[in-house]
Ligand binder design. Structure first.
Ligand code: SF4
Length: 383
């Protein structure tokens, strides 16, 4: 089983912003998600492809999470890493590629270590590449503290052997077509490590410091019970709202800025209260009831047989439905599917969605889609 540091790199945005969170959330269970299993397999596949490990590949292909899309994404990842390795070798002939390397950053963070998917060590520029197989949230490499901790761990191991001046950290997130890189000089990285990281990590390790809520709370296991987050979400958006009966534009924007965080927090509190109620807890003023349900066949085959025996035409009983594009691509393979019916696949314009300005998509205008129905406008996906 993989070991985890108390102050892990992947949770560093949380404990660097809110130092006491690391100890507080330790008392709550860490749920394993099915997506984590899928992500682990993609990492194994990426590594096996880079190592050309036929035995490992065979084993991976037998896993239920394996599919042709994963194969393609991981082959692209392999090609990307090898291209960077070749570039590094052109500068330093003894440049090396290290896979799944333990990166120890405990010089700055008590007990701190992580695992780098791919590290290319060479004179001049060292490269850290992190494969992210998730497709939920797009991750940027810019000032990404997880990557900066990996960079420190790699620097700690190799600075004696190579003349490293700067580090390029890259997030490779193929399912979102997100390839984000960020370069930092070694001097800037070490300044941050000594001035910001080390003192904050000390607070976090001791479980002290100030609770501070923000976007980083999203992945905190304590979020459903955390008072600091509740206060943050419930406090007025503007301490001094201008006297008026209606919200002004500025006040609406303030609410939009916090909408995603508030919705997620509300869901986590509701889920917690529901789970506790199922366990027998009685919340004053609330009760569990049976939800609404729809009628269903107890035995669909028997129903069909009975109707046919009663003389009902089969065409009235069954409906024929084509499989989804994703299902057919999975069954037939992406390439053959597209060769056969690619020109019959269309992509209708998506309905307008209100998102933050930094979103990579270009701005929608009514002229883009004259037929758009404003009633379909989606305001639920603001983030
Ligand atoms: S929910 Fe947010 S404020 Fe509360 S402990 Fe976690 S990170 Fe800190």
């Amino acid at each position: 089983m993989a070991q985890h540091a108390t102050l892990g790199a992947s949770s560093s945005a949380k404990w660097l912003n809110c130092p006491p969170s690391a100890r507080l959330e330790a008392q709550f269970e860490n749920p394993t998600s099915i997506y984590a299993e899928e992500g682990s397999l993609a990492h194994e596949l990426g590594e096996a492809l880079l190592r050309r490990d036929a035995n490992a590949l065979k084993k991976i292909m037998g896993n239920a999470w394996y599919n042709s899309d994963m194969q393609q994404h991981c082959e692209d990842y392999r090609d990307f890493v090898l291209e960077l390795l070749n570039e590094a070798k052109a500068i330093t002939s003894d440049a090396v590629l290290l896979l799944e390397q333990r990166l120890d950053y405990s010089l700055w963070v008590e007990g701190g270590f992580g695992t780098g998917d791919a590290v290319i060590v060479a004179d001049g520029v060292m490269r850290i590449i992190d494969l992210k197989y998730g497709q939920g949230v797009e991750v940027s490499a810019e000032s990404n503290t997880q990557m900066m901790l990996y960079a420190l761990g790699a620097l700690n191991s190799f600075e004696m052997l190579y003349d490293i001046k700067s580090i390029i950290m890259t997030i490779y997130q193929p399912r979102l077509r997100n390839y984000s890189s960020y370069e930092m000089s070694v001097i800037d990285l070490l300044t941050w490590a000594n001035d910001v990281l080390a003192p904050t990590a000390k607070l976090a390790y001791e479980g002290i410091g100030e609770f501070k809520a923000g976007n980083h709370c999203r992945f905190c296991r304590a979020k459903h019970l955390c008072k600091a987050l509740a206060e943050y979400n419930l406090e007025p958006t503007e301490p001094e709202m201008k006297p008026s009966e209606l919200l002004n534009d500025e006040e609406i924007i303030n609410i939009l800025n916090r909408a995603d965080s508030i919705k997620k927090w509300l869901s986590s509190v509701e889920e917690y209260a529901f789970a506790e109620a199922l366990n027998g807890k009685k919340w004053e003023g609330y009760k569990l009831v049976e939800g609404r349900s729809n009628r269903t066949y107890s035995d669909p085959d028997k129903v069909a047989d009975t109707l046919i025996n009663a003389g009902i035409d089969q065409a009235l009983i069954y409906e024929k439905k084509i499989k989804t594009i994703t299902a057919l691509e999975k069954d037939l393979g992406k390439k053959p599917f597209n060769e056969i019916v690619g020109d019959l696949i269309i992509k209708p314009a998506g309905k307008p969605t209100l998102v933050v300005e930094s979103d990579k998509r270009s701005e929608w205008s009514p002229a883009d889609n004259a037929a758009s129905d404003f009633e379909n406008t989606d305001v639920t996906s603001i983030n």
